[in-house]
Design a protein around this ligand. Structure first.
Ligand SMILES: NC(=O)c1ccc[n+]([C@@H]2O[C@H](COP(=O)([O-])OP(=O)(O)OC[C@H]3O[C@@H](n4cnc5c(N)ncnc54)[C@H](OP(=O)(O)O)[C@@H]3O)[C@@H](O)[C@H]2O)c1
Length: 311
């Protein structure tokens, strides 16, 4: 193991300081599964991460319409080693009852081939069901032993506080808020979410920590990302982020040749959050694992903050 484990929130679930995201696994629409990567790429990536102590995997029932959970389940069964699995419930507008969460959870467990998930998260705080009702349903699942810890995702301060207090009444700790966080999206620093989570002992799980690949440095105005990411990150935006990418590269060199992606992930860890970069193959898993085992200096973090403020 490259680094000691940390607690997920104030629960007894232990995780490494970085996990691995699996939205890419089975998702054809956004991540071009079947074109850029396929099932044969996943087990090697999974095994490599596991060997290096990255045993925390994030998925969701909606990723690839259940395919991500199925593919992750296959990897887990084949490896036969203990892992920490996080998945998510999607509050579709037709899901109106607390019992809907229980059914969705059972379906996720079936696809994953598990009896219990380590972290069950509400994917988005969508109406019409108030967040309190889903918090009650999470507490039920926890108390029935179907999940070890519960979390939320994409919640704002009010939604997080409301869920936290319902769970506290049920004597369940809210373990985490999974939210977008990277050098190209620092909203949680500015809107107080990062601070609130730290005060409440809730782990911030940082999704899109590489800004969907943009912080790897491989995308430029001349080499834009393929598929739907093209619309999110146009040539003008890619041109704007190049000074930050250059700085990531420069700082990486001062750390023995770390890659921009590794510096970007390390920055998230230095801020006190747990990044879960999504990977498509073993090469990306290997690169990302090397974001661990070292830390940026406080001065480098400040310099990166300043460069990201310029964008
Ligand atoms: N809760 C939520 O609402 C939510 C939303 C989004 C994501 N998530 C979770 O967070 C995870 C990560 O977020 P994300 O997938 O959106 O974005 P990300 O981790 O910022 O970017 C992932 C993409 O970056 C590229 N990449 C990864 N490692 C790389 C490396 N070492 N070198 C070069 N390129 C690399 C790959 O795409 P290419 O090779 O195609 O460039 C990969 O698909 C997801 O898998 C999912 O589990 C949750």
């Amino acid at each position: 193991m490259i680094e000691p484990l940390i607690s997920l929130g104030q629960t007894n679930v232990a995780i490494p300081p970085m996990g691995l995201g699996t939205w890419q696994w089975g998702d054809r629409i956004f991540w071009s599964y079947g074109k850029t990567h396929s099932e044969s790429n996943l087990q090697p990536a999974f095994n490599y991460a596991l060997e290096q102590g990255i045993n925390f995997f994030d998925t969701a029932e909606v990723y690839g319409q259940g395919q991500s959970e199925r593919l992750l389940g296959k990897c887990i069964q084949a490896a036969g080693k203990p892992v920490v699995v996080a998945t998510k419930f999607f509050p579709f507008p037709w899901r109106l009852l607390r019992s809907n969460l229980r059914s969705a959870l059972r379906a996720s467990l079936g696809r994953l081939g598990l009896k219990q998930v380590d972290l069950y998260q509400i994917h988005w705080p969508f109406l019409p069901v108030p967040v309190e009702a889903w918090a009650e349903a999470l507490a039920d699942a926890c108390q029935d032993g179907l999940v070890r810890a519960v979390g939320v995702s994409n919640y704002n301060e009010k939604q997080l506080r409301r869920s936290y207090s319902v769970l506290s009444r049920r004597e369940v700790k809210l373990a985490s808020n999974q939210i977008s966080y990277s050098l190209l999206d620092r909203a949680i620093e500015k809107n107080g979410m990062l601070k609130l989570c730290q005060e409440l002992g809730v782990t911030v799980i940082a999704y899109s920590p590489l800004a969907k690949g943009m912080l790897s440095g491989k995308y430029t105005p001349e080499n834009p990302p393929p598929g739907m990411r093209n619309r999110l990150y146009n040539a003008a935006y890619l041109a704007k982020i190049q000074p930050l990418v250059r700085l990531l590269r420069e700082i990486g060199l001062a750390h023995g040749g770390k890659l921009p992606s590794q510096v970007a992930l390390n920055w998230v860890i230095c801020k006190g959050a747990v990044p879960i970069p999504g990977v498509k193959n073993i090469q990306q898993a290997q690169d990302n694992v090397n974001a661990l085992g070292w830390r940026l200096t406080p001065e480098e973090v400040t310099t990166l903050d300043q460069a990201s403020d310029e964008i």
